[in-house]
Design a protein around this ligand. Sequence first.
Ligand SMILES: Nc1ncnc2c1ncn2[C@@H]1O[C@H](COP(=O)(O)OS(=O)(=O)O)[C@@H](OP(=O)(O)O)[C@H]1O
Length: 356
Amino acid sequence: MAAFHPRQHQLWNHHPLHPPSADLRRLFHRLTIAFSLSILCFSLVYIFAGCCESELTDNSDVSARDLLVAGSAWPERNVSHADGESGLEGNSSGKEWTATRRLPQALIIGVKKGGTRALLEFLRLHPDIRALGSEPHFFDRHYARGLDWYRTMMPKALDGQIVMEKTPRYFVTVDTPPRIHAMSRDVKLIVVVRDPVTRAISDYTQIISKTPGIPSFESLAFKNHTTGQIDSSWSPLWIGLYAQHMERWLAWFPRSQIHLVSGERLITDPAGELGKVQDFLGLQRIVTDKHFYFNKTKGFPCLKKPEGSSKPHCLGKTKGRTHVSIDPDVIQKLRDFYKPHNQRFYQMVGQSFEWQ
Ligand SMILES: Nc1ncnc2c1ncn2[C@@H]1O[C@H](COP(=O)(O)OS(=O)(=O)O)[C@@H](OP(=O)(O)O)[C@H]1O
């Protein structure tokens, strides 16, 4: 049997020298301390549990900041996952409990090989942006899963933060504009466009790196090499018919709701392009030239001193790689082919990109 502590005894059978009110005061005092300690313990458990949860969920979709801290390359994922967290703790200053998963208010819809990853990763430095790191391919591949599924893919965001994702294939998928319109007629759309000839070579460089031994660029680009007839149905060339794709978007969204980023200027003047994107999104210009430096070895702008790290960082090896070499005659034929398409595109969007 447990011994009865004399002090406990004292509490209930008060000493004749101590009046009952003094005992009660002491009891009250002890209860107050015990209560405060239990609140403190509870809060600590809650805080630590919260931290662990965000660490675990962030693993499935590593944020630029996480990778910068970890010292590895930026992610290039095509795999979607419900826990697409990205830098929540960085952006929300420990306010996770008020953050919710919402449908995106802004989308980077294209173009493939335009510089979409660089744009997304640079935008993610903005505290008012919460962006999914992977490409969810909801409107082009997973639409049947429904908007609730899509919402669960999104990172948690606080009120006032803009939720966004990038899937470059949206730009060229016929069903996508009406589907996005059905989700939100106010969504802001961003397209990074790049010289369609360079873009096609970049695309082919990636394809051949994944499927070595495929036919040469030339044999795929021409229906008939001798007559010089271009095969514009070949995906790397077809994607570059920007006017054709843009026309479908403009049937659903006003021009003012679509912002075009120059893929070329994103490389030569990332801060300038980022400034315009932040204006378009109605955000304060927080990502500025202070964030970038030009890495001569890589030949691309990289992040100078990202938040949470003292080390500069560049995009991974598959971004900004050496292109396969193409015969200058073939390049000229492609330039001639794209010329009228580019002119139509400039007229349609009221903006020139000065591709040759
Ligand atoms: N800062 C920086 N660092 C590295 N690369 C940069 C950067 N800014 C733009 N780019 C260009 O981005 C091209 C890849 O485009 P995407 O990210 O849209 O490709 S993808 O569609 O997601 O596969 C990639 O194409 P390639 O040069 O052909 O590799 C780059 O030219």
